[in-house]
Design a protein around this ligand. Structure first.
Ligand code: ADP
Length: 488
C-alpha cells in the first residue's frame, strides 16, 4: 500500500484529481456569478421603467409636500404584486425620506450613494447598474430610479431595489433555479466520468513505465540479457530505446572486460612458462659446470656456455618484445609519421638480414618498380614490421629458399608483400598467427627461439597506422605477408 502511494501513477492521478476539483470549483463559481449577473441584468431590463411609472403615479398625489401616508396604500398594492422590490424615497442628496419594505425587515442606513442613481438616470440603457442596498449597506443590487417632484427646488428620487433579498446567497439561488441545478448535476457527472476514465488511462500509460522499471531492476540484479520492449516512438519509447542501447554497450563492455581478463591470465601463464624453461636450463648448466669443475672437458664447457648464452639471448628477446608490446598496448608510443621512401627502407632491412640469409643459403630479392611514391608512416615502426616479416621468412624457409619483397603502387597506398617459398602456414593456424604467443609448431618454434610475439607486434603497429596486416599461402607453396601504407 505504501508503495502504491509512492508510485508515479498515484502522484499523476492525484495531480489530475486535484486539477479536476479546481476545475469544478472554478466552473461552479463562474456559473454562479454569470447566472447572478444574468438574473440581475434581466431584472433591471424588465423593471427599467418601474420607478418612472411609480413616480408619475405618486406625483398626482403629492401636491405641495411629501405626504407619505397618502402614497403608502398605492405602494402597498404594488408590493403585493411584486414582493421582491423595496421602495425608497430620497431627497436630492440621497437622504432616505421614506421607505417601503416588507414588514419585519430593517433599514440600516440614512442615506444612499448617489453615484449609481445619476448614472442610471443619465444612461438607463447601460448593461447593469448596481446601487447601494440600504438594508445591507455593504452590498449592491440592481436598481430602478426616477426623479420625483417633492415640492422642493430640486427633485427627489424614487429609488427601487430590485430582487429584494431573494438572491443574497448562492444556495438560495441554486434552490430556486432548475437550470442551475441540472447543469451542476450534469457537470458533476462529467467530472466523475472524466476522473474515472483519466485514472484508467493513466494506469494504462504508466504500465509501460512499471514494466520498464521491472526490467531495469532485473538488469541491475545481474541479468544482463534483459531488454525493454520498444513499442512506440514517444518519450517512453525513446527512453526504452536508450536503455536498450545502454544495456548493449554495458554488456559489450562486460564481455570485453572478461575477454581482456582472460587474455591477461593467458599472458601471465605464457610468460611464466616461457621464462621458466630457459631459466631452468640456464640454472641446470651452471650447476653442472660448478659441480664438475675441472672434470669437464673444454669442449663440453664451451658447449654448455653456448647453451646458456642462447637461452639468455632468447630470454632477453622475450623480455624486450613483451616490453615493446606493452608499450604499444598502453599507447605510450604514438607513431610519428613522416614521408619516406619505402624502397630505401626495404633495401636497408634486407642488408641487415643478408648475413643471416646467407647462412641458410637463402636469396632475398627486393622488387621495387621505378617511380614508387613516398609513403607516410613511422619509419622505426615500419622497419620493425618489415624486420619481423623478413626474419620469419628466413627462419621458416628451408635451406636454399627464395624470398621476394615486392612493392606495388596503388591508388592511395603502396602495398608491400613479403613472399617466401617455405612450408607455408596450415589453414588451422592461419587465423591465429597474429595472436600473442601463438606458434604453429610449438615445440620447434620454441627450440628455435621464437617468442610468438613478432607478428602480434607487427599487427599492433599496423593498427596504430590504421592499417591491416594479412597472411595467406601461395599457390605453389610458401606464404605471403602483406601490408599497405598510405601514400604521402
Ligand atoms: P615466432 O617468434 O614464433 O616467429 P611470430 O609471431 O613471428 O612468432 O609468428 C607466429 C607463428 O606464425 C610462428 O610460430 C610460425 O608458426 C608462423 N609463421 C610466421 N611467419 C611464417 C612464415 N613466413 N612461414 C611459415 N610460418 C610462419
Amino acid at each position: 500500500m505504501k508503495r502504491f502511494f509512492q508510485s508515479f501513477y498515484w502522484k499523476l492521478s492525484l495531480v489530475f484529481l486535484l486539477l479536476l476539483i479546481a476545475l469544478g470549483i472554478a466552473q461552479v463559481t463562474i456559473t454562479y456569478n454569470s447566472s447572478m449577473q444574468f438574473v440581475r441584468q434581466a431584472d433591471q431590463k424588465l423593471n427599467l421603467n418601474l420607478a418612472e411609472n411609480m413616480a408619475s403615479e405618486f406625483e398626482t398625489e403629492l401636491e405641495d409636500e411629501l405626504d407619505i401616508s397618502r402614497i403608502k396604500s398605492s405602494i402597498h398594492d404594488m408590493m403585493v404584486v411584486n414582493p421582491r422590490i423595496e421602495i425608497y424615497l430620497l431627497d436630492p442628496f440621497g437622504e432616505i425620506l421614506a421607505f417601503f419594505v416588507e414588514k419585519g425587515r430593517e433599514v440600516n442606513t440614512d442615506s444612499v450613494n448617489m453615484e449609481p442613481v445619476h448614472e442610471f438616470l443619465n444612461n438607463p440603457q447601460s448593461d447593469l447598474i448596481l446601487g447601494q442596498d440600504p438594508r445591507n449597506p455593504t452590498r449592491t443590487k440592481p436598481i430602478s430610479v426616477a426623479e420625483l417632484d417633492i415640492g422642493r427646488q430640486e427633485p427627489g428620487y424614487v429609488y427601487i431595489i430590485l430582487g429584494g433579498e431573494q438572491y443574497d446567497s448562492a444556495l438560495s439561488m441554486l434552490e430556486n433555479s432548475y437550470f442551475l441545478q441540472t447543469s451542476l448535476k450534469i457537470f458533476g457527472i462529467i467530472l466523475l466520468v472524466t476522473g474515472i476514465v483519466g485514472m484508467i488511462l493513466f494506469a494504462f500509460l504508466t504500465r509501460r513505465l512499471r514494466r520498464m522499471a521491472a526490467t531495469i531492476e532485473k538488469f541491475d540484479e545481474g541479468n544482463l540479457n534483459q531488454r525493454v520492449p520498444v513499442d512506440s516512438n514517444d518519450e517512453i519509447g525513446r527512453l526504452a530505446q536508450s536503455f536498450n542501447s545502454m544495456a548493449d554497450t554495458l554488456q559489450e563492455n562486460v564481455k570485453e572486460l572478461k575477454k581482456s581478463d582472460q587474455l591477461r591470465r593467458e599472458l601471465i601463464a605464457n610468460v611464466s612458462h616461457d621464462l621458466r624453461s630457459p631459466l631452468a636450463s640456464i640454472q641446470g648448466y651452471l650447476e653442472t659446470i660448478l659441480l664438475k669443475g675441472a672434470e669437464l672437458s673444454d669442449e663440453k664447457r664451451e658447449k654448455y656456455f653456448n647453451i646458456i648464452l642462447k637461452n639468455t639471448v632468447g630470454l632477453r628477446k622475450l623480455v624486450d618484445e613483451l616490453f615493446e608490446l606493452s608499450k604499444l598496448d598502453t599507447q605510450q608510443v604514438e607513431p610519428e609519421t613522416e614521408p619516406f621512401s619505402i624502397g630505401d627502407l626495404v633495401q636497408d632491412v634486407v642488408l641487415k638480414f643478408e648475413q643471416k640469409a646467407a647462412e641458410k643459403d637463402i636469396q632475398i630479392e627486393p622488387i621495387c618498380p621505378s617511380g614508387m611514391p613516398l609513403v607516410r608512416g613511422d619509419i622505426a615502426m615500419i622497419e620493425r614490421v618489415l624486420s619481423n616479416l623478413i626474419e620469419n621468412a628466413i627462419q621458416y624457409s628451408d635451406k636454399g629458399g627464395q624470398i621476394e619483397i615486392e612493392l606495388e603502387k596503388q591508388n592511395s597506398s603502396v602495398a608491400i608483400q613479403v613472399k617466401d617459398n617455405g612450408p607455408g602456414i596450415s589453414e588451422d593456424d592461419l587465423p591465429h598467427i597474429f595472436d600473442r604467443f601463438y606458434r604453429a609448431e610449438k615445440s620447434r618454434s620454441r627450440s628455435s627461439g621464437g617468442t610468438g610475439l613478432g607478428l602480434a607486434i607487427a599487427k599492433k603497429i599496423m593498427e596504430l597506422h590504421n592499417r591491416e596486416i594479412n597472411a595467406r599461402n601461395r599457390e605453389n607453396g610458401g606464404s605471403v605477408f602483406e601490408i599497405e601504407l598510405d601514400r604521402a
